[in-house]
Write a protein that binds this ligand. Sequence first.
Ligand code: SD4
Length: 329
Amino acid sequence: MSRRRFLKNLSLAGAGLAINPLKSAAQPLNPDPSIKDNPLVISTWIHGMEANAGAWSVLESGGDALDAVQKGVAVTENDLNNRSVGLGGRPDRDGHVTLDACIMDHDSRCGSVAFLEDIIHPIDVARAVMEKTPHVMLVGEGAQKWALENGFSKATFEVPVPPVQKDYEEWLIKSEYKTGVNVENHDTIGMLALDASGRMAGACTTSGMAYKIRGRVGDSPIIGAGLFIDGDVGGATATGVGEAMIRTAGCASVVESMRRGASPEEACYDIVQRILKKHPGVNGMQVGFLAMNMQGEYGGYSVYNGFNYALRTKDRNEMVDAKYMRTWE
Ligand code: SD4
Protein backbone atom coordinates (compact mmCIF):
# COMPACT_ATOMS: atom_id res chain seq x y z
CA MET A 1 0.00 0.00 0.00
CA SER A 2 2.67 2.45 1.01
CA ARG A 3 4.73 1.43 -2.03
CA ARG A 4 1.77 2.30 -4.30
CA ARG A 5 1.36 5.65 -2.62
CA PHE A 6 4.97 6.56 -3.25
CA LEU A 7 4.92 5.36 -6.82
CA LYS A 8 1.83 7.46 -7.37
CA ASN A 9 3.62 10.48 -5.92
CA LEU A 10 6.52 9.88 -8.25
CA SER A 11 4.27 9.82 -11.29
CA LEU A 12 2.52 13.01 -10.12
CA ALA A 13 5.94 14.62 -9.85
CA GLY A 14 6.79 13.43 -13.34
CA ALA A 15 3.55 14.91 -14.66
CA GLY A 16 4.51 18.28 -13.23
CA LEU A 17 1.78 18.36 -10.64
CA ALA A 18 4.06 18.35 -7.64
CA ILE A 19 7.27 20.01 -8.86
CA ASN A 20 8.72 21.72 -11.89
CA PRO A 21 9.18 18.90 -14.46
CA LEU A 22 12.14 20.61 -16.09
CA LYS A 23 14.12 20.46 -12.88
CA SER A 24 13.02 17.01 -11.80
CA ALA A 25 15.50 14.17 -11.71
CA ALA A 26 13.57 12.12 -9.15
CA GLN A 27 15.31 8.86 -8.50
CA PRO A 28 13.24 5.73 -7.98
CA LEU A 29 13.05 4.37 -4.47
CA ASN A 30 15.03 1.33 -3.48
CA PRO A 31 12.86 -1.79 -3.86
CA ASP A 32 14.97 -3.69 -1.32
CA PRO A 33 15.26 -2.24 2.15
CA SER A 34 18.81 -1.99 3.41
CA ILE A 35 20.43 -4.81 5.35
CA LYS A 36 19.34 -5.22 8.94
CA ASP A 37 22.47 -5.23 10.96
CA ASN A 38 22.91 -3.74 14.39
CA PRO A 39 24.76 -2.13 15.93
CA LEU A 40 24.96 0.47 13.20
CA VAL A 41 25.49 4.19 12.84
CA ILE A 42 24.83 6.63 9.99
CA SER A 43 25.77 10.29 9.79
CA THR A 44 25.68 13.12 7.30
CA TRP A 45 28.44 14.00 4.85
CA ILE A 46 32.03 12.80 4.50
CA HIS A 47 33.10 13.96 7.95
CA GLY A 48 30.62 11.33 9.14
CA MET A 49 33.31 8.69 8.48
CA GLU A 50 35.46 9.96 11.34
CA ALA A 51 32.46 10.76 13.49
CA ASN A 52 31.16 7.21 12.95
CA ALA A 53 34.54 5.85 14.04
CA GLY A 54 34.09 7.75 17.31
CA ALA A 55 30.58 6.34 17.72
CA TRP A 56 31.72 2.85 16.72
CA SER A 57 34.27 2.71 19.52
CA VAL A 58 31.26 2.81 21.88
CA LEU A 59 28.91 0.61 19.85
CA GLU A 60 31.30 -2.25 19.13
CA SER A 61 31.88 -2.89 22.79
CA GLY A 62 28.15 -3.10 23.45
CA GLY A 63 27.85 0.53 24.59
CA ASP A 64 24.76 2.70 24.59
CA ALA A 65 23.54 4.50 21.46
CA LEU A 66 23.29 7.77 23.40
CA ASP A 67 26.95 7.67 24.43
CA ALA A 68 27.86 6.68 20.88
CA VAL A 69 26.19 9.63 19.14
CA GLN A 70 27.55 12.10 21.67
CA LYS A 71 31.08 10.82 21.24
CA GLY A 72 30.66 10.58 17.46
CA VAL A 73 29.55 14.13 16.70
CA ALA A 74 32.06 15.51 19.22
CA VAL A 75 34.76 14.33 16.81
CA THR A 76 33.41 16.77 14.20
CA GLU A 77 32.96 19.57 16.74
CA ASN A 78 36.61 19.15 17.62
CA ASP A 79 37.77 19.63 14.03
CA LEU A 80 38.70 23.29 13.67
CA ASN A 81 38.96 22.82 9.89
CA ASN A 82 35.25 22.16 9.65
CA ARG A 83 33.48 25.36 8.60
CA SER A 84 29.93 24.46 9.63
CA VAL A 85 30.34 22.56 12.90
CA GLY A 86 31.95 23.69 16.14
CA LEU A 87 34.15 26.69 16.81
CA GLY A 88 35.96 26.31 13.47
CA GLY A 89 32.68 27.37 11.85
CA ARG A 90 31.84 30.60 10.07
CA PRO A 91 30.45 33.49 12.12
CA ASP A 92 27.20 35.39 11.91
CA ARG A 93 27.17 38.73 10.10
CA ASP A 94 28.37 40.48 13.28
CA GLY A 95 31.43 38.24 13.45
CA HIS A 96 30.39 35.83 16.24
CA VAL A 97 30.41 32.04 15.88
CA THR A 98 27.18 30.73 17.43
CA LEU A 99 26.54 27.03 17.86
CA ASP A 100 23.38 24.90 17.86
CA ALA A 101 23.13 21.25 18.95
CA CYS A 102 20.72 18.66 20.27
CA ILE A 103 20.61 15.04 21.38
CA MET A 104 17.70 12.62 21.83
CA ASP A 105 17.28 9.03 22.95
CA HIS A 106 15.01 6.04 22.62
CA ASP A 107 12.84 7.14 25.55
CA SER A 108 12.22 10.63 24.11
CA ARG A 109 14.64 12.21 26.54
CA CYS A 110 16.26 15.17 24.86
CA GLY A 111 18.45 18.20 25.42
CA SER A 112 19.36 21.14 23.26
CA VAL A 113 21.39 24.34 23.13
CA ALA A 114 21.17 27.17 20.62
CA PHE A 115 22.99 30.43 19.95
CA LEU A 116 25.78 29.23 22.25
CA GLU A 117 29.19 30.91 22.04
CA ASP A 118 32.77 29.92 22.91
CA ILE A 119 32.12 26.35 24.07
CA ILE A 120 33.98 23.64 22.14
CA HIS A 121 31.38 20.88 22.58
CA PRO A 122 27.78 22.12 22.43
CA ILE A 123 26.65 18.47 22.17
CA ASP A 124 28.02 17.82 25.67
CA VAL A 125 26.13 20.84 26.97
CA ALA A 126 22.95 19.57 25.24
CA ARG A 127 23.31 16.21 26.99
CA ALA A 128 23.96 17.92 30.32
CA VAL A 129 20.81 20.05 29.83
CA MET A 130 18.90 16.81 29.24
CA GLU A 131 20.29 15.08 32.31
CA LYS A 132 20.70 17.86 34.84
CA THR A 133 17.80 20.23 34.24
CA PRO A 134 14.03 19.88 34.02
CA HIS A 135 14.22 21.63 30.61
CA VAL A 136 14.92 20.65 27.03
CA MET A 137 16.48 23.77 25.53
CA LEU A 138 18.75 26.58 26.71
CA VAL A 139 19.84 29.42 24.46
CA GLY A 140 22.39 32.20 24.16
CA GLU A 141 23.84 33.93 27.19
CA GLY A 142 21.76 31.82 29.58
CA ALA A 143 22.98 28.59 28.00
CA GLN A 144 26.58 29.74 28.25
CA LYS A 145 26.18 30.88 31.86
CA TRP A 146 24.61 27.55 32.81
CA ALA A 147 27.35 25.63 30.99
CA LEU A 148 30.11 27.56 32.77
CA GLU A 149 28.43 26.91 36.11
CA ASN A 150 28.23 23.22 35.30
CA GLY A 151 31.79 22.29 34.55
CA PHE A 152 32.26 23.57 30.99
CA SER A 153 34.84 26.18 30.13
CA LYS A 154 35.38 28.73 27.39
CA ALA A 155 37.75 27.93 24.54
CA THR A 156 41.15 29.46 25.04
CA PHE A 157 41.90 29.92 21.32
CA GLU A 158 40.78 32.74 19.04
CA VAL A 159 37.22 32.46 17.68
CA PRO A 160 36.55 32.80 14.75
CA VAL A 161 39.73 30.87 13.97
CA PRO A 162 42.16 33.03 11.94
CA PRO A 163 41.37 31.73 8.39
CA VAL A 164 37.66 32.12 9.08
CA GLN A 165 38.19 35.63 10.43
CA LYS A 166 40.06 36.48 7.23
CA ASP A 167 37.20 35.15 5.05
CA TYR A 168 34.73 37.08 7.18
CA GLU A 169 36.64 40.34 6.70
CA GLU A 170 36.57 39.75 2.95
CA TRP A 171 32.87 38.97 3.11
CA LEU A 172 32.27 42.23 5.00
CA ILE A 173 33.41 44.27 1.97
CA LYS A 174 30.27 43.30 0.04
CA SER A 175 28.25 41.93 2.97
CA GLU A 176 26.20 39.96 0.49
CA TYR A 177 23.90 37.69 2.42
CA LYS A 178 22.50 34.52 0.94
CA THR A 179 20.54 32.24 3.23
CA GLY A 180 22.08 29.52 1.22
CA VAL A 181 23.24 26.01 1.84
CA ASN A 182 23.95 24.80 -1.64
CA VAL A 183 25.92 21.82 -2.83
CA GLU A 184 29.21 23.59 -2.18
CA ASN A 185 28.30 24.94 1.22
CA HIS A 186 27.19 22.46 3.82
CA ASP A 187 28.55 20.44 6.67
CA THR A 188 26.20 20.06 9.62
CA ILE A 189 26.53 16.68 11.23
CA GLY A 190 23.43 14.67 12.09
CA MET A 191 23.91 11.12 13.40
CA LEU A 192 21.60 8.18 14.17
CA ALA A 193 22.76 5.02 15.95
CA LEU A 194 21.16 1.74 16.93
CA ASP A 195 23.09 -0.16 19.57
CA ALA A 196 23.48 -3.89 20.14
CA SER A 197 20.57 -3.86 22.60
CA GLY A 198 18.30 -2.28 19.99
CA ARG A 199 18.23 1.18 21.53
CA MET A 200 18.36 4.21 19.24
CA ALA A 201 19.72 7.73 19.77
CA GLY A 202 20.52 10.71 17.59
CA ALA A 203 22.58 13.91 17.72
CA CYS A 204 22.90 16.97 15.54
CA THR A 205 25.37 19.86 15.81
CA THR A 206 26.22 22.88 13.66
CA SER A 207 27.47 26.44 13.52
CA GLY A 208 24.53 27.10 11.20
CA MET A 209 24.45 29.32 8.15
CA ALA A 210 27.50 31.41 7.42
CA TYR A 211 26.88 35.16 7.94
CA LYS A 212 23.37 34.63 9.27
CA ILE A 213 21.55 37.45 11.04
CA ARG A 214 22.78 37.58 14.62
CA GLY A 215 20.32 35.57 16.70
CA ARG A 216 19.23 33.28 13.87
CA VAL A 217 18.74 29.68 14.94
CA GLY A 218 18.23 26.90 12.41
CA ASP A 219 16.67 23.47 12.61
CA SER A 220 19.63 21.62 14.13
CA PRO A 221 18.89 22.26 17.84
CA ILE A 222 15.11 22.05 17.39
CA ILE A 223 13.69 18.70 18.40
CA GLY A 224 11.37 17.57 15.60
CA ALA A 225 13.01 19.78 12.97
CA GLY A 226 16.70 18.78 12.74
CA LEU A 227 16.41 15.60 14.82
CA PHE A 228 13.70 13.31 16.13
CA ILE A 229 13.77 9.86 17.74
CA ASP A 230 10.85 7.71 18.83
CA GLY A 231 11.92 4.39 20.35
CA ASP A 232 8.74 2.70 19.02
CA VAL A 233 9.44 3.71 15.43
CA GLY A 234 12.92 5.06 14.62
CA GLY A 235 14.67 8.34 14.06
CA ALA A 236 15.57 11.02 11.54
CA THR A 237 18.04 13.85 11.19
CA ALA A 238 18.53 16.58 8.60
CA THR A 239 21.04 18.87 6.95
CA GLY A 240 20.69 21.89 4.70
CA VAL A 241 18.59 25.01 4.83
CA GLY A 242 17.12 24.77 8.31
CA GLU A 243 14.18 27.05 7.66
CA ALA A 244 12.65 24.37 5.40
CA MET A 245 12.95 21.73 8.13
CA ILE A 246 11.44 24.01 10.77
CA ARG A 247 8.47 24.94 8.56
CA THR A 248 7.61 21.29 7.99
CA ALA A 249 8.61 19.85 11.40
CA GLY A 250 10.80 17.83 9.05
CA CYS A 251 12.31 15.08 11.18
CA ALA A 252 9.16 14.55 13.25
CA SER A 253 7.28 14.19 9.94
CA VAL A 254 9.75 11.56 8.73
CA VAL A 255 9.25 9.53 11.90
CA GLU A 256 5.48 9.83 11.58
CA SER A 257 5.66 8.54 8.00
CA MET A 258 7.65 5.54 9.23
CA ARG A 259 5.06 5.01 11.96
CA ARG A 260 2.45 4.72 9.20
CA GLY A 261 4.49 2.05 7.42
CA ALA A 262 6.90 3.92 5.13
CA SER A 263 10.46 2.64 4.89
CA PRO A 264 13.16 5.11 6.03
CA GLU A 265 13.96 6.02 2.43
CA GLU A 266 10.28 6.44 1.54
CA ALA A 267 9.77 8.63 4.59
CA CYS A 268 12.69 10.88 3.59
CA TYR A 269 11.39 11.02 0.03
CA ASP A 270 7.98 12.03 1.33
CA ILE A 271 9.27 15.04 3.31
CA VAL A 272 11.48 16.21 0.43
CA GLN A 273 8.39 16.12 -1.79
CA ARG A 274 6.43 18.14 0.74
CA ILE A 275 9.19 20.73 1.07
CA LEU A 276 9.39 21.16 -2.70
CA LYS A 277 5.64 21.52 -2.97
CA LYS A 278 5.29 24.04 -0.14
CA HIS A 279 8.56 25.94 -0.49
CA PRO A 280 9.38 26.76 -4.09
CA GLY A 281 11.98 29.13 -2.57
CA VAL A 282 14.24 26.15 -1.91
CA ASN A 283 15.41 26.46 -5.51
CA GLY A 284 19.17 26.06 -5.49
CA MET A 285 19.29 25.11 -1.84
CA GLN A 286 20.14 21.74 -0.46
CA VAL A 287 17.98 19.91 2.05
CA GLY A 288 18.75 16.31 2.96
CA PHE A 289 17.25 13.81 5.40
CA LEU A 290 18.51 10.58 6.92
CA ALA A 291 16.28 8.06 8.67
CA MET A 292 16.57 4.72 10.43
CA ASN A 293 13.89 2.43 11.86
CA MET A 294 14.08 0.16 14.87
CA GLN A 295 14.71 -2.83 12.59
CA GLY A 296 17.97 -1.23 11.48
CA GLU A 297 16.77 -0.27 8.00
CA TYR A 298 18.04 3.12 6.94
CA GLY A 299 17.87 5.51 4.02
CA GLY A 300 18.21 9.09 2.88
CA TYR A 301 16.74 11.48 0.34
CA SER A 302 17.63 15.04 -0.64
CA VAL A 303 16.42 17.87 -2.84
CA TYR A 304 19.63 17.95 -4.93
CA ASN A 305 22.23 15.41 -5.88
CA GLY A 306 25.44 15.46 -3.86
CA PHE A 307 24.07 14.55 -0.44
CA ASN A 308 25.79 11.50 0.99
CA TYR A 309 26.15 9.85 4.34
CA ALA A 310 28.61 7.68 6.19
CA LEU A 311 27.55 4.18 7.23
CA ARG A 312 29.26 1.94 9.77
CA THR A 313 28.23 -1.61 10.64
CA LYS A 314 30.41 -4.51 11.66
CA ASP A 315 30.97 -5.33 7.97
CA ARG A 316 30.69 -1.93 6.31
CA ASN A 317 32.49 1.38 6.68
CA GLU A 318 31.66 3.51 3.67
CA MET A 319 29.91 6.50 2.11
CA VAL A 320 26.43 6.01 0.63
CA ASP A 321 24.91 8.40 -1.92
CA ALA A 322 21.40 9.50 -0.99
CA LYS A 323 18.68 9.51 -3.62
CA TYR A 324 17.60 12.97 -4.78
CA MET A 325 14.85 14.88 -6.58
CA ARG A 326 16.81 17.32 -8.71
CA THR A 327 20.19 17.65 -10.30
CA TRP A 328 22.42 20.60 -9.54
CA GLU A 329 23.61 22.48 -12.62
C1 SD4 B 1 21.04 25.25 9.68
N1 SD4 B 1 20.68 22.98 9.01
O1 SD4 B 1 21.50 25.94 10.57
C2 SD4 B 1 21.69 23.92 9.39
C3 SD4 B 1 22.75 24.16 8.35
C4 SD4 B 1 23.26 22.91 7.70
O2 SD4 B 1 24.73 21.80 6.41
O3 SD4 B 1 22.70 21.84 7.77
N2 SD4 B 1 24.33 22.94 7.01
O4 SD4 B 1 20.08 25.60 8.99
